[in-house]
Design a binder for this molecule. Structure first.
Ligand code: SF4
Length: 66
C-alpha cells in the first residue's frame, strides 16, 4: 500500500502517463481532462515512478497530520 497521494487537477495536463505506469492507482480515459486517483493499493515504487514521470509534477503526497 502506498502512502496517500493526490493529483493537483489544476496542473494536470491529462497525458495519462501516470495511468500507464500504475493503472491500479491512476485512472485516465480518453475524453477525460485529468487523471484521477482511484486507489492507494500498489507498490510505492510505482507511485514514485509516476511522480518522476509526470510532465507537470502534479502528483503529491498528502501532508501527514493535517
Ligand atoms: S502524469 Fe501527471 S499530468 Fe499526466 S495525467 Fe498523470 S497526473 Fe496528469
Amino acid at each position: 500500500m502506498a502512502k496517500p497521494f493526490y493529483i493537483d487537477e489544476h496542473e494536470c495536463i491529462g497525458d495519462g502517463s501516470c495511468a500507464d505506469i500504475c493503472p491500479r492507482c491512476f485512472s485516465f480515459e480518453r475524453g477525460m481532462d485529468t487523471a484521477r486517483v482511484v486507489s492507494f493499493d500498489c507498490d510505492e515504487e510505482l507511485v514514485e515512478e509516476a511522480m518522476r514521470n509526470c510532465p507537470t509534477s502534479c502528483i503529491h503526497y498528502e501532508k501527514e497530520g493535517g
